[in-house]
Design a protein around this ligand. Structure first.
Ligand SMILES: Nc1ncnc2c1ncn2[C@@H]1O[C@H](COP(=O)(O)OP(=O)(O)OP(=O)(O)O)[C@@H](O)[C@H]1O
Length: 272
């Protein structure tokens, strides 16, 4: 956690609304802003709109989804503006804003070695020689708890376990040094020990690089551990957003209290 707020705004979301084809609102006038390097955890029950929010910020709504209102401003660039008339994510995807999903590992290219795709991804975004890119990749894979990163680099995706692939995909996204990383349940398919390790390393990497992150999780304890601020979603609305310690020690919304009550290990021992 960075523990402090910086002056410039990284992301400003204002009254963002999204609907799917059947007309039901999946996001309803969601507003928040983030500072560079800040980590915001988004929690809420299944179907509350967490994934839709991340995809909306990324400009990648699923088929059938459309913006019905609002604005998104990223480092001064209007991505969505004038109540959806402006939609311009040009130059933002990939390096400046990156996304990892629960199953990102399964999207690795199966017919190229990890090294070839990883080095290419780095060099497409960062001015590095092949050798420097490889060193960065190996270092980041190691920091994600992969014991033998050189072997991972030589491997094809089919030769890696699901957990190894997922850690590789997270490492790839994070090592591009994005300004904003959108992480949708990135570790929930991993076993609990690996989850903790990967989340800690991801936090550390983001803090070192000044990468801001929105982390969607169904797990309040994970959000409390990772995030500077926690946002709570309910029925497409952001019903609470505050500093992690405040949300945990003095939640304002009844639904937040309900979520907290369901996590016994948070009682009393947070942020001591
Ligand atoms: N592609 C889609 N087409 C139609 N409706 C959708 C689509 N994706 C999501 N929705 C609807 O939008 C609402 C929000 O879904 P979303 O996936 O954003 O919630 P979530 O909080 O991320 O849930 P989960 O934790 O289960 O991933 C739900 O009512 C869902 O049914």
């Amino acid at each position: 956690m960075s523990g402090h707020r910086e002056a410039t705004t990284l992301l400003e979301v204002t009254n963002l609304s999204v609907s799917y084809k059947d007309g039901t609102a999946s996001l309803h006038e969601v507003s928040f802003s983030m500072n560079p390097g800040e980590v915001v955890g988004i929690v809420g029950e299944s179907g509350s709109g967490k994934s839709t929010l991340l995809r909306a910020v990324m400009g990648l709504l699923p088929a059938g989804g459309r913006y019905t209102g609002g604005e998104i401003c990223f480092q001064g660039q209007m991505l969505l503006g004038n109540d959806t008339l402006v939609q311009n994510w040009h130059g933002v995807h990939g390096q400046r804003m990156a996304m990892v999903f629960q199953d990102s590992g399964s999207y690795l290219n199966p017919i190229r070695s990890i090294e070839s795709q990883y080095v290419e991804a780095i060099r497409a975004h960062l001015p590095m020689s092949r050798k420097e890119a490889k060193e960065l990749a190996v270092r980041t894979l190691a920091s994600m708890g992969l014991d033998d990163p050189e072997r991972v680099m030589r491997a094809y995706a089919s030769q890696l376990s699901g957990g190894m692939k997922q850690r590789t995909a997270i490492a790839m996204a994070a090592s591009l040094k994005p300004e904003l990383l959108l992480a949708d349940e990135p570790t929930s398919a991993l076993d609990v020990t690996t989850q903790n390790e990967v989340l800690n390393q991801l936090s550390r990497l983001c803090a070192e690089q000044g990468t801001g992150m929105i982390m969607v999780t169904h797990n309040m304890a994970v959000a409390a551990h990772m995030a500077d601020r926690i946002g709570v979603m309910l029925n497409g609305k952001l019903v609470e957003l505050g500093d992690t310690l405040d949300v945990i020690s003095a939640p304002l919304h009844e639904y937040t209290r309900k979520l907290l009550n369901a996590v016994p290990e948070l009682e009393g021992d947070m942020h001591d």
